[in-house]
Design a binder for this molecule. Structure first.
Ligand SMILES: Cc1ncc(C[n+]2csc(CCOP(=O)(O)OP(=O)(O)O)c2C)c(N)n1
Ligand SMILES: [Mg+2]
Length: 331
């Protein structure tokens, strides 16, 4: 069913103020980024999650501090729903002082606490699987966000295979928005994601709701099983990208874009509780205006020193032997 702003149904249960704040922070953050790019205030590229904000917001309380989150090219919402650090993220994207990674990661390559994003499709799943191997039995999990188009990458299947075989606490969140850049999913994905997960004996759950509380109620027992059994889960969200692929490159017809927009959670939430929504919307819009003004006025970030890598002692010993020319090995 397509719900428009003209169907003021209530959301059951209604989202908390905190959820609305989070949803609207992400929405205004993404809209501000598109404006900044238009003004030439940011270089590189960016992919906004307009229309998909509710997914990481719904997942946020299901994730623990000990969990690791692996994000993709469309990751600002994934980050903001987990870490209340919009200044650091915007500074990272704009290469300004206070940037999360010294401004070298930009929009797509953020490494902060237990959050890691990559612009390389499918790259995160094998890494998340390796981390899940370390976490197994601890009660923590590795959560990896991927798009539907990313199911064309072989690495996805290698990761699912190992995660199923080794019974790893891996939560794969699929944001199935029906398109990969300019290619409709119907033109590139044979069968279904559910059947592909089933081929590995991996549990799969498809979520069509855009209501955060409903989604949590649906997913909570499944996520608990990922931790306790442990076992992998593919949680596939049927969602809609209402913005361009990146900055201004929407190849869809106006009718298709309009169809996607009619499914936007935003209109539905606004219609369900207009006064509260408008109040929080005003607050978050004003907050993002201040955020942009403040970060844009900062000096450029100083190039950061590369992070110290945790090298296992045996490797460290071996590399110092090699550096000292004392390996005794012949090439
Ligand atoms: C290995 C690799 N191939 C191609 C690209 C270029 N690319 C970036 S996003 C994208 C489409 C991704 O589609 P999907 O996984 O459905 O995610 P969505 O953009 O819809 O969120 C492509 C092809 C890439 N970043 N990495
Ligand atoms: Mg997609």
């Amino acid at each position: 069913m397509i719900v428009t702003a003209a169907s003021p149904q209530s959301l059951r249960p209604p989202p908390s103020d905190q959820d609305l704040r989070s949803l609207l922070l992400i929405r205004h953050f993404e809209l501000a980024l598109l404006r900044l790019f238009e003004q030439g205030a940011v270089s590189g590229t960016t992919h906004t999650c307009l229309g998909q904000e509710y997914i990481p917001v719904a997942l946020a309380p299901l994730l623990l501090d000990e969990d690791f989150v692996f994000s993709n090219h469309r990751g600002h919402g994934h980050f903001l729903a987990r870490h209340a650090e919009p200044y650091g993220l915007l500074a990272e994207i704009m290469g300004r002082e206070g940037a999360l990674c010294g401004g070298v990661g930009g929009s797509q390559h953020v490494y902060h606490r237990r959050f890691l994003s990559t612009g390389v499709q499918g790259e995160s799943l094998p890494v998340a699987t390796g981390v899940a191997l370390k976490l197994a039995g601890s009660g923590a999990l590795a959560c990896a966000y991927v798009g539907d188009g990313t199911w064309g990458e072989g690495a996805v299947y290698e990761a699912l295979n190992m995660a199923a075989l080794w019974r790893l606490p891996l939560l794969v969140v699929v944001e199935h928005n029906g398109i990969a850049q300019s290619t409709p999913t119907s033109a590139q994905l044979a069968g279904t994601i559910g059947a592909r997960a089933a081929a590995f004996g991996v549990r799969h759950h498809r979520i069509t709701s855009t209501e955060v509380e409903e989604i949590r109620a649906e997913l909570a027992p499944l996520v608990a099983a990922v931790r306790s059994e442990p076992s992998p889960l593919v949680a596939e969200f049927v969602t809609h990208r209402i913005g361009p692929h990146s900055k201004g490159d929407d190849t869809r017809s106006l009718a298709e874009i309009e169809r996607a927009r009619r499914s936007d959670w935003h209109a539905r939430y606004a219609a369900a509780d207009p006064e509260r929504f408008a109040r929080i919307d005003r607050e978050q819009r004003a907050f993002v205006d201040r955020l942009v003004a403040e970060v844009a006025a900062r000096p450029l970030a100083a190039p950061a020193a590369p992070p110290a890598l945790a090298v296992p002692p045996a490797l460290a010993e071996e590399s110092s032997r090699i550096a000292a020319g004392a390996t005794g090995r012949r090439s």
